[in-house]
Design a protein around this ligand. Structure first.
Ligand SMILES: Cc1ncc(COP(=O)(O)O)c(C=O)c1O
Length: 406
């Protein structure tokens, strides 16, 4: 009997493809389609925040100005119009950059993959937040680095713990971190720690990958300086996924010119270039400084209201049995279950029970690097309405009771 097509493919897959696990987030998104389920899972921005009218206007304006060229093949490095806007924002960040230090990518996820491709040989040390953004772990792991997790504390990556390891001989090529409202913990790297990390990069000759998609989603406290303004060894990864719309798939990376050149060569092999049309749309929207700033200001109250609704719902349903540090922005609460868990029990096993109760979340283990996180849950407050968030907290409490029932 010959193989079925699927059996044949299973047999032919490269070892890398055979070994890559499906992501917990992707599996969840599939569940999220179930009727009546309230998702605290994926960080999917609310569609009502997308500036659809402006996107339509910008599309027409791009064709008026550039004709068919607005939808033609373009430069791998990105459309000059967008790179100019990116350079202006970098200057506002206190890190002036030349156009040849900027590469437009298809979402910031592509930048993470390309960085893995150009920086990592098998066994190279890369330091990451622990816990870390799952997509970064997936992108980097493909290149088989030795990932070293440094604990996230209340004010971001524990730079003292990193310094201790560096003094003991750790020699990373890069340190990957989210400085603002980290995914998954919601923690923000303090100014002192930013300066400390930048100093360590200069002293120990490593690159910092400052992946910062959430900076503009601050609803409490003061903006903090980007590490790109503190050291030339910083690669700053920006995206419009959380501020305009993720479907545009527009992001950019700013870093040393030699690195941008290597990334551009890798990108050429991956997808030639990012959509010309959505780059033009983005350049118009982000380039209209007054409109963009008003648009960003309109996001903060929305995020605050949603975060508050979830925190209030959790406090009412759990009291002290589920704890979290309130974030100053972003999309996530990193909650820890404070009830006695029987040995071996993990919130990954709670997920199917929660889905039965009509609520989803991402288990802590999905983000774990070195330290296991059996009692943690990442709860996103951006997909559901405030009323649904209160209901989700009640459903989660009922699911946990059912799960832990003797
Ligand atoms: C920390 C972080 N980096 C990168 C991304 C990828 O975003 P995109 O590829 O849409 O720019 C995400 C998405 O959730 C994220 O949370």
């Amino acid at each position: 009997m010959p193989f079925s097509a699927d059996q044949l493919v299973e047999h032919l897959l490269s070892s890398g493809a055979r070994n890559s696990e499906s992501s917990a987030i992707r599996d969840l998104l599939r569940h999220a389609a179930r009727k009546g389920l309230i998702s605290l899972g994926g960080g999917i921005p609310a569609p009502e925040l997308f500036p659809i009218d402006r996107i339509i206007e910008a599309t027409a304006a791009a064709f008026d100005e550039f004709g068919a060229r607005a939808a033609q093949y373009g430069l791998t490095e990105g459309e000059p119009e967008l790179r100019e806007v990116a350079a202006r924002l970098a200057e506002e960040d206190g890190a002036p950059s030349l156009p040849d230090q900027i590469l437009v990518t298809t979402g910031s996820q592509q930048a993470l993959d390309l960085l893995g491709r150009v920086l990592v040989d098998r066994g190279d040390v890369v330091v990451v937040d622990d816990p870390a953004y799952l997509g970064a772990l997936q992108a980097l792991r493909k290149y088989e680095p030795e990932l070293v997790g440094i604990p996230m504390v209340e004010d971001g990556l524990d730079t003292e713990a990193l310094e201790t390891k560096l003094r003991a001989g750790l020699s990373p090529k890069a340190v990957y971190t989210n400085p603002n409202f980290q995914n998954p913990t919601g923690a923000t790297l303090s100014s002192d720690r930013r300066a400390h990390l930048a100093r360590l990069a200069d002293q120990h000759d490593f690159l910092i990958i400052e992946d910062d998609p959430y900076a503009a989603l601050r609803f409490s406290g003061e903006n903090l300086p980007s590490m790109a303004s503190m050291s030339e060894r910083v690669i700053r990864v920006r995206t419009v996924s959380k501020t305009l719309a993720p479907g545009l798939r527009v992001a950019w990376t700013i870093g040393p010119a030699r690195l941008i050149e290597a990334l551009a060569i890798a990108k050429q092999a991956a997808d030639l270039h990012t959509s010309t049309l959505t780059q033009h749309i983005t350049a118009r929207l982000v380039g209209d400084a007054e409109w963009f700033s008003n648009h960003l200001s309109s996001l903060a109250p929305w995020y605050r209201a949603h975060c508050d609704a979830l925190m209030t719902g959790l406090a009412a349903n759990f009291g002290e049995t589920l704890t979290f540090d309130p974030p100053d922005g972003g999309m996530f609460l990193w909650a820890e279950l404070r009830r006695e868990l029987p040995p071996g029990l993990d919130t990954a096993d709670l997920l199917p029970v929660a889905i039965e109760h009509g609520v989803s979340f991402v288990p802590g283990s999905a983000f774990a690097v070195t330290t296991p996180r059996p009692a943690h849950l990442r709860l996103s407050y951006v997909t559901a309405s405030p009323e649904q968030l209160s209901e989700a907290a009640a459903r989660l409490a009922a699911a946990i009771d059912a799960w832990l029932q003797p």
